[in-house]
Structures are given as C-alpha cells and as structure tokens.
Design a protein around this ligand. Structure first.
Ligand SMILES: Cc1cc2nc3c(=O)[nH]c(=O)nc-3n(C[C@H](O)[C@H](O)[C@H](O)COP(=O)(O)OP(=O)(O)OC[C@H]3O[C@@H](n4cnc5c(N)ncnc54)[C@H](O)[C@@H]3O)c2cc1C
Length: 307
C-alpha cells in the first residue's frame, strides 16, 4: 500500500494531495502541502500521527491557521487539520468542554447560551482551542490560563493524558504543549454563572474595539511580534516610522502597526523580508529586539530587501 492509501485508512476519510495551505490560513498565504488530512475523530488523529512517526514523515497540526506563515513552496509532509471534525462543544454545569478543533468563537457562543461568564475576552480571537492552548491566547486582560481547568493531550509516546492547569506552564504566549510535543485533544473551561445580556454586551463591546483598532478587512495573522517586556510592539514599530512600509504585497498596517497585512498578492517571502526589516529598524531606533509571534511552517525563505 502506498503512503497516501495508508494515510487515508488511518484518517478514516479522503486525503487531499497538494492542497494549497493558503486556503487554510488567515494570511491567505502558503503553497501546497504534500498531504492534507482531516481525521474523523481522536482515535483517527492518533493513528495518523502514529503512522507519520513510524514512517518518519514530517507532519504538523493545523488548527484555524490564524497564527501561521506557511512557505510559498508549501510543506513536504502531512498537514493534519483539526477544525473539520474535532470541534464538538458541550456544557456541564459551570464547565464548557471543547474539542481541539472548536473555534474560540463557538466556545464563547456556547458559554453565552448557557449563561456562563468569563470567556468573553476570547470570543473575537480567530483561533481553535488547540492553537489557543499552545499560545495561551489572550486579549483585553484575559488569557486561557485564567479559564482552563484541564487539557487532554496525546503524548509523543501515543498516551492520552489529562493535564491539570497547574501543569500547563502557561506563560505569555506559551505553554507546556509545545515543549512536551503534545497534541491537544480537548480542553475544559470553568466559568461563572452570569447574566446573558451582560455577557452579550461585553462580547459586542470587545468586537467593536477590534473592528475599530485592527485591520480586519485584510488577511493577516494578527499581531506579528510578541510584546517585548515593558514595551508595545506596535508602538515601537510606529515610532520607527514603519507604518505603511511594504515589501511586495506585504505591508505594515496603517491602522495598527503591530499587524503585517497581505494586500492581496503577498508571498511568504515578502512577509518574512518585511518582518526582518521591521526587526532591524526597531533595533536601530530603540534597541529592542522583536521576536516573531507568528509561526513559520515549511522553511520560509527570506530574500532580504535592499534598504
Ligand atoms: C485578526 C487576528 C486577531 C488575533 N487576535 C489575537 C488575540 O487577540 N490574542 C491572541 O492570543 N491571538 C490572536 N491572534 C492569533 C491567533 O488567533 C491565536 O494565536 C490562536 O490561538 C491560534 O490558533 P489556531 O487554531 O489558528 O492555530 P494555528 O495557527 O492553526 O496553529 C498555531 C500553532 O498551534 C499548533 N496547534 C494547533 N492546534 C493544535 C493542537 N490541537 N495540538 C497541538 N498543537 C496545535 C500548530 O501546530 C501551530 O504550531 C489573532 C489572529 C488574527 C488573524
């Protein structure tokens, strides 16, 4: 049996060959993945991962693709997508339990429907539960570490284990998921009873703030750089005079300097070259090193632009 057929058997459904990753990232950038699979359930996901590990085929987990810069050349391996099937959300008393592929917006909707408060901060983050556990996603004073009770993960050895929040090592934009090579299967959020009207108002208020401050009409991956201790990346970029600076189709947003946007025809190489330019200019101007928040997939080549 060839690898594609083995993969199909493990995933429980069709494998797409050469699927463009740009279709699955909010940046709308990224060439073809050799294989693209959407495992039907957790067991299938575990089988796909075990197969890739056994045959030493590279793979990565693709949530909602809202924090990724995928190479123009694509990915030589298997993109394992969670959002198609592993996206169930259920409520048990004060707890909302969600599959790794559930979108945070849908978790927020479920919390609202159950009259549970505390998840409003995450309603507008366009990621999946799995991606949010990796990044300890947060906004407007809230972050995952404040609402998670436990996370169920698949270990590199193929064991399923439930990790209590105390062992998640949540910190600014990181957690124990990546350092341990875990794959997130499910997370449990513990929330507080609240007034549905108040919860809805708070969500709408935060959504309005996002629309006002962020360039949501352009494809992007959100904040391109992490917040350096004691500074705001967007302010440093603006102070260095970089608003509106572009390389090819990639541009520093005029609306929010912390966002690199795709004006329509940006390549991954454009974005990365612009990021290197931003890092250089900010270092020269204020002496601060900006670290990428957006993750690169597939060996993105940087052709540094002439300055
Ligand atoms: C317009 C916009 C606004 C944003 N605003 C915010 C914000 O306010 N706050 C914030 O924190 N972020 C924000 N982001 C960034 C992004 O939405 C978050 O980082 C989100 O948590 C990423 O989730 P994802 O499912 O899209 O992950 P992906 O981009 O698909 O993947 C990110 C990483 O997580 C890994 N991963 C995904 N699922 C799993 C899994 N099940 N198990 C193990 N690893 C997994 C991937 O392999 C990859 O390494 C924004 C992005 C955009 C485009």
């Amino acid at each position: 049996m060839d690898f594609g057929s083995e993969l199909e058997k493990a995933a429980g459904n069709q494998v797409r060959k050469g699927e463009a990753l740009r279709l699955h990232t909010t940046f709308r950038i990224g060439g073809p993945a050799d294989y693209f699979v959407t495992p039907e359930n957790e067991e299938r996901l575990a089988e796909v991962v075990a197969l890739c590990r056994r045959l030493r085929i590279p793979f990565f987990i693709l949530g909602n693709g809202s924090d990724l810069l995928c190479a123009d050349e694509g990915y030589r391996g298997v993109a394992v997508n969670t959002t198609a099937f592993l996206n169930g959300v259920r409520t048990e008393g004060r707890r909302v339990i969600a599959g790794s592929g559930a979108l945070l917006g849908n978790v927020a909707k479920e919390a609202l429907a159950a009259g549970l408060a505390g998840f409003e901060f995450a309603a507008g983050i366009p990621g999946s539960v799995g991606g949010a556990m990796v990044m300890n996603a947060g906004a407007y004073g809230g972050e995952m570490s404040q609402v998670v009770e436990w996370v169920r993960v698949l270990t590199p050895e193929g064991q399923v284990k439930t990790v209590p929040v105390q062992e998640m090592d949540f910190a600014y934009r990181r957690s124990a998921v990546r350092s341990n090579g875990w794959i997130v299967l499910e997370a449990c959020f513990v929330l507080c009873p609240g007034e549905p009207e108040r919860i809805r108002e708070r969500m709408e208020e935060l959504a309005a703030k996002r629309r006002e401050k962020q360039p949501l009409s352009f494809p992007s991956a959100g904040s391109t750089f992490k917040r350096p201790e004691g500074y705001y990346a967007a302010r440093l970029i603006e102070e260095a005079g970089l608003k509106g600076t572009s390389v090819g189709g990639a541009c520093v947003s005029e609306k929010h300097a912390g966002f690199v946007i795709n004006r329509g025809d940006a390549t991954a190489a454009d974005v990365l070259a612009l990021c290197r330019l931003i890092q250089k200019r900010v270092r020269e101007y204020s002496g601060v090193d900006l670290e990428m928040e957006v993750e690169t997939i597939g060996g993105v080549e940087c052709h540094f632009p002439p300055i």
